[in-house]
Design a protein around this ligand. Structure first.
Ligand SMILES: C[S@@+](CC[C@H](N)C(=O)[O-])C[C@H]1O[C@@H](n2cnc3c(N)ncnc32)[C@H](O)[C@@H]1O
Length: 291
């Protein structure tokens, strides 16, 4: 077991259980098209999403994205906004969901470049395919249903790996970053938005947040440990682009994911204890060039 893997020693939790729950939760969310219980955004409706309510994308960007991808978007940032994508590049979106960032990336790299969306919820990929078609960028996009900890993609495929509010959901973050490193070309770049903790929130509260793992807080780890994984994997030129402490409303949206699968249950008072310590981070890093 890798050192960054969270201690999920609670009797009812192990990492495979966690992944199955995350996969089912997002799969069901996709089936419903955005309504129903679905995280990282609490109860979304088909016309609203966390991204819309919290202004993650500009109006111009949103005008380029079909409603399906928009209403199912569950990000905590906007990676194509700081990835400096160039025409002709190959981009891989880890945990692409319904495809909002795949579409925005394709609009920047097409027609000579391409975007690969990777996600382990097949229902999300179906929604993403539909959205990509509606956006008219299907010629520049491919999808793969795969676990990010064991990516079914070739070595040195990508110029850029992006991801938006996904790696916090993965129990083995070392494995995800090793895979990102493997599929990047030498000199390739990472542009990631994710949820991290700026300080410990205490084991009991952490355990209760873990009961709502799919809500993007339970699997979040401390920033120092998180960034250490990036460096240990071999990435250089690590640059923090932004830190955004989640407001009580944002934290509640993210943490209110029903956690009936795991106990102990999340309590609303936990929000106050975690306030200011749960942060959406945006960063860039790069894989060193050969020689
Ligand atoms: C919070 S949503 C974000 C989706 C998208 N990036 C966005 O911004 O709308 C997380 C997505 O990551 C996917 N995911 C989580 N863990 C994964 C894993 N281990 N392998 C593949 N996909 C994963 C989920 O299925 C879900 O679609």
């Amino acid at each position: 077991m890798s050192t960054s893997m969270l201690d999920v020693s609670h009797a009812t939790q192990n990492t495979e259980d966690v992944k199955k729950i995350v996969q089912n939760r997002y799969g069901k969310c996709a089936e419903k098209g955005g309504g129903g219980s679905c995280c990282c955004a609490g109860e979304a409706t088909s016309s609203s999403s966390f991204a819309a309510e919290h202004g993650l994308y500009s109006q111009e960007e949103l005008s380029l994205v079909p409603k399906t991808a928009f209403s199912l978007s569950r990000g905590c940032g906007n990676p194509t906004g700081f990835a400096n994508l160039r025409s002709g590049e190959v981009v891989v979106d880890l945990g692409c969901g319904a495809g909002i960032d795949v579409i925005l990336a394709a609009q920047k790299v097409a027609p000579s470049g391409k975007v690969v969306g990777a996600d382990f919820a097949p229902q999300m990929i179906e929604r993403a395919k539909q959205a990509v078609k509606e956006a008219g960028v299907e010629d520049a996009v491919e999808f793969v249903v795969t676990d990010l900890e064991r990516l079914e993609l070739p070595d040195s495929l990508a110029d850029v790996v992006i991801s938006n509010c996904v790696i916090n959901l993965c129990p083995d973050k070392d494995a995800v970053y090793r895979e990102a490193f493997r599929i990047l070309k030498p000199g390739g770049r990472l542009a990631i938005s994710d949820v991290i903790l700026t300080e410990e929130i205490g084991p009991q509260i952490q355990e209760r947040f873990q009961s709502t793992w799919a809500g993007c807080v339970g699997g979040a780890i401390e920033e120092e440990r998180y960034l250490e994984i990036i460096k240990k994997t071999g990435f250089g030129e690590l640059e923090i682009v932004a830190h955004h402490p989640l407001s009580p409303g944002e934290l509640e949206d993210m943490a209110c994911c029903p956690g009936s699968e795991f106990t102990p249950a999340f309590e609303k008072e936990d929000i106050a204890s975690a306030q200011g310590k749960v942060v959406s981070i945006k960063f860039r890093a790069s894989k060193p060039r050969l020689g």
